[in-house]
Design a protein around this ligand. Structure first.
Ligand code: ATP
Ligand code: MG
Ligand code: FE
Length: 354
């Protein structure tokens, strides 16, 4: 089926078009420039930007795909989780399209959408996908971005996703953003930490690895915690400043990055071993991190785990991943969502469709 997917859970207005598993268009507008001076995403600004970008982004996706709205068989939209006001704009636009075109609407889970991104093939993507072959299930999936840090086991994309763990405080990307701020680097900080860390020594400072010991308090066995790490970096920097010594920014950035990467991959690969699932899929904006990609490749190879990393344009929030999951729901014969659903900002990952 030809599916148009709309994503508005955070700062990206994403409209993707797929035919089954073939990616035809992935148009994105981001309001990040408007948020950067505040050092974080401002929900009201994001919602207003989605409103302004929605129609032009839909038009751009249709033009890129070379299809008309009338040819679209189904609409998919992120129903949650995400920022309430931002989600509402996408959901309203999707309902309006579905009603006016007389097409079914599938409201889907954003996190499961990140996994759906992996299924896509297409001219622009063929090299990356071709190298690693078909997605095999079950797989463990590690999703890391500014808003979420979740470890999942996906047994069936449209019917069986289980949460193994999530962050109990800051998301991994949020930790990058906060540490960047205290090192005087611009927002969003992830790319800047990555750049500065390239000249630093990752072993210079041993920062704590949160929630890696069995005695640690956590709701799920594979929960994450990054706020203690952030505080530890802050204290370390404060002591230096108080002593009148220069702050070795590159070493701090490299050591912090190493701690985050270590915790993420230690837990993800422990889950692969414990569940005897030798497959790990990465998704989310933090996947742009050079060290995360490097260490993931090394450790996965060393433990006999097949690593899958979709192209970066499909790792950050986008509409194509939502269209992809929608296409899978259509193909599996699932009923469309009833038109009276509302966006759910805290939708649990086990709810694949609203
Ligand atoms: P959501 O959580 O809903 O997916 P988001 O907009 O926060 O939304 P993304 O756009 O996928 O998520 O990712 C942005 C996050 O990724 C930011 O926190 C940013 O700092 C982080 N990030 C981007 N590049 C890097 C990098 N090279 N290293 C580490 N973190 C990075
Ligand atoms: Mg974003
Ligand atoms: Fe996301």
């Amino acid at each position: 089926p030809l599916v148009l997917g709309i994503e508005t859970s955070c700062d990206e207005t994403g409209v993707g078009i797929v035919r089954g598993r073939t990616l035809l268009a992935n148009a994105i507008a981001s309001s990040m420039d408007e948020h950067s001076r505040f050092g974080g995403v401002i929900p009201e600004i994001a919602a207003r930007a989605h409103l302004e970008s929605m129609t032009p982004t839909i038009e751009r996706a249709l033009a890129d795909a070379g299809v008309t709205l009338e040819e679209v068989d189904a609409i998919a939209v992120t129903g949650g989780p995400g920022l309430a006001g931002a989600l509402m704009v996408g959901v309203s636009a999707a309902k309006a399209l579905a009603v006016s075109l007389g097409r079914p609407l599938y409201a889907v889970n954003h996190l499961v959408g990140h996994v759906g991104a992996d299924l896509l093939t297409g001219d622009a993507l063929r090299p990356a996908v071709g190298e690693i072959g078909e997605l095999e299930l079950p797989t463990v999936a590690l999703l890391v971005s500014g808003g979420h840090t979740s470890l999942l086991v996906v047994r069936d994309l449209v019917s069986d996703v289980e949460l193994l763990g999530e962050t109990i405080d800051d998301a991994a990307g949020e930790a990058f953003d906060k540490v960047a701020r205290l090192l005087g680097l611009p927002y969003p900080g992830g790319p800047h930490i990555d750049r500065v860390a390239a000249d630093g020594d990752p072993q210079a400072i041993r920062f704590p690895r949160g929630l890696t010991l069995p005695k640690d308090m956590a709701k799920h066995r594979y929960d994450f915690s990054f706020s203690g790490l952030k505080t530890s970096v802050a204290r370390w920097v404060e002591k230096r400043v108080a002593a009148g010594e220069p702050v070795p920014v590159a070493d701090v950035a490299a050591s912090f990055r190493e701690a985050v990467v270590d915790v993420l991959l230690t837990k993800a690969l422990a889950a692969c071993a414990d569940l005897e699932i030798p497959r790990l899929l990465l998704g989310g904006g933090v996947v742009a991190n050079a060290r995360l990609r490097e260490v993931a490749a090394e450790r996965a190879a060393a433990s006999g785990v097949q690593l899958r990393v979709p192209p970066l344009s499909l790792c950050t929030d986008n509409g194509a991943m939502i269209a992809s999951l929608g296409a899978q729901l259509v193909a599996a014969g699932h009923d469309p969502s009833s038109l009276d659903f509302g966006a759910d900002s805290t939708l649990p990952v086990t709810n694949i469709q609203l």
